[in-house]
Design a protein around this ligand. Structure first.
Ligand SMILES: Nc1ncnc2c1ncn2[C@@H]1O[C@H](COP(=O)(O)OP(=O)(O)O)[C@@H](O)[C@H]1O
Ligand SMILES: [Mg+2]
Length: 173
């Protein structure tokens, strides 16, 4: 994968119908060692009737990977991470929830910015680029990313993508 192109989402053909549930299971498998070494439990609540979305697979994997690795990094030992997929109208939604440190309201505006890291992240490693990349890639897929959080309680990131339809023109992103 060409990393810089992947980050911008530039010139990627959105032509592959992707089953998000299997992609999520694959990424979860990649992070099983980190989950175990941090004593975190992971629950996947995947809707078996979830329709496919049109996506560039490596980029979509990167989105899920970044959000899951953040959930792992910012959740103390014995916490829980839940990934939920569900269809709402003509959109597919993915929720990644953790029982971690949470994000203060006044720090939210910095969250998706380039190199943005919040004070609570100072004891962990990272560039602060992950969520910036997530935002750009999700946008390139015609999707949205939202966040809800309570300090000290946990955080939920919600992705929403348009369902692939037969009439949908193959867009170039
Ligand atoms: N699940 C989460 N819980 C609490 N804080 C988070 C979470 N995900 C991201 N953050 C905050 O947002 C910042 C930006 O995230 P990201 O761009 O992925 O950077 P990093 O390189 O630190 O992982 C993090 O440094 C952290 O302060
Ligand atoms: Mg990150």
């Amino acid at each position: 994968m060409d990393a810089s192109r992947a980050e911008s989402g530039e010139s990627q053909q959105l032509e592959t119908p992707v089953a998000l549930n299997s992609l999520i299971q694959e990424v979860a498998k990649q992070q099983s060692v980190d989950l175990r070494s941090n004593d975190l439990s992971l629950e996947l609540k995947l809707d078996p009737t979830l329709p496919e979305i049109l996506a560039a697979i490596p980029q979509l994997e990167r989105v899920i990977w970044n959000l899951l690795s953040n959930a792992i990094k910012f959740t103390p030992t014995n916490g829980k991470i839940t990934v939920t997929t569900v269809t709402v109208d003509d959109r597919v939604s993915v929720k990644i929830s953790d029982t971690g440190i949470g994000i203060a309201k006044d720090e939210m505006p910095l969250l998706f910015s380039e190199y943005g890291r919040l004070p609570g992240a100072s004891s962990t490693e990272g560039s602060g680029l992950g969520l910036y990349i997530v935002k750009n890639l999700v946008k390139a897929h015609g999707g949205t990313v939202d966040v809800e959080s309570e300090l000290g309680k946990g955080t939920t990131f919600t992705l929403r993508f348009p369902v692939a339809t037969r009439q949908q023109p193959q867009s170039k992103i």
